[in-house]
Write a protein that binds this ligand. Structure first.
Ligand SMILES: [Zn+2]
Length: 317
């Protein structure tokens, strides 16, 4: 009897998980832009997830090689992943042969589900700390967060995390290209990889940089993020794809590095001079004019000053 009621309970839980009907497809034309030979980026909005953008806010990308297609960060829902597949299919009939996920934040990788459904054999690469954390609950948390921020526009999205762990220095040969993996311990988070597609001179920065968008840094590090961007700039790439906002040249990495350096430098100076963190803001603000119109600036600045101050304080001991 006990066994029977246990089964009933499990059935009820499973039923609840599937009670949400899959939401409709992603709206909008979202044309892929070719940023280098065979490399395409679908530049998403630089907003937070909302009902109107249906959770689409990142830069899904794909590389068409001789053997097939490599996808980077297929977006924050199954609907976005399906849109990415449709855009790929409009350009090539080659299959998807690999996926890279830049870090733990679900707005970048929940779209894996769509790729896995169509190409179950394609490996999904992510930093070695991502997979275990997804299984430990971060995946479900992200599914819930996207559902609530979009008022269920992402319904039907399920957790499919990366299953091929990678780490700093790994070089993966796919379709005639070399994918160089870079990780700097803590940067935007402690799970970031930047990926250089060596032969094509393209550097995927993940959320170590935004362009026109200031990114959260909880669980990350100013010093580490600055260092990561400096190593990215030293790799000889000519095209830099940020996690959010437009692709460009080296200035994409440099401008974001400058923002982080300006905030962190002011915090370090404040710590040296014995200021409290609230005294840093008025000194810092005039130096941040170049970034004041970026989305996320008003939301993140207070938290960034706080985080930079704590980090500078800890580093001073
Ligand atoms: Zn992120």
């Amino acid at each position: 009897m006990l066994k029977k009621s246990l089964w009933l309970g499990l059935l009820l839980i499973a039923g609840a998980a599937y009670a949400l009907q899959k939401a409709g497809p992603l709206r909008g034309a979202w044309a892929p832009e070719q940023v280098a030979s065979g490399v395409y980026v679908i530049h998403g909005p630089t907003e937070l997830p909302s009902p109107s953008n249906q959770g689409f806010m990142n830069n899904p990308a794909f590389i068409i090689s001789d053997d097939g297609v490599v996808v980077v960060d297929p977006g924050g829902s199954v609907q976005i992943g399906e849109m990415v597949l449709a855009r790929i299919e409009a350009i090539t009939d080659k299959p998807v042969i690999a996926v890279f996920n830049s870090h733990i934040h679900g707005d970048h990788w929940l779209g894996n589900q769509a790729i896995r459904a169509k190409y179950p054999e394609a490996p999904i690469y992510g930093h070695e700390r991502v997979g275990p954390r997804v299984i430990a609950g971060a995946g479900t948390e992200w599914v819930q967060m996207m559902l609530s921020m979009t008022e269920k526009a992402t319904a039907g999205t399920e957790v499919v995390g990366p299953d091929h762990p990678v780490k700093d220095g790994d070089e993966i040969a796919i379709g005639g290209d070399t994918y160089v993996v870079m990780n700097n311990d803590k940067a935007h988070t402690d799970t970031d990889i930047m990926v250089l597609v060596k032969e094509r001179g393209v550097m995927f920065l993940g959320d170590n940089a935004g362009n026109g968008r200031i990114l959260r840094l909880e669980g990350g590090s100013f010093a580490g993020n600055i260092e990561a961007l400096e190593s990215a700039m030293a790799m000889g790439a000519s095209v830099f794809v940020p996690g959010h906002g437009k692709t460009g040249g080296q200035e994409v990495a440099q401008t974001y590095r400058d923002y982080l350096q300006t905030v962190y430098g002011a915090a370090q100076q404040g710590v040296d001079e014995g200021l409290a963190d609230f005294e840093i803001r008025p000194v810092l603000l005039p130096k941040l004019e170049a970034w004041q119109a970026w989305s996320g600036f008003d939301i993140e600045l207070g938290k960034h000053i706080n985080g930079a101050f704590l980090e500078a304080e800890a580093a001073a001991f």
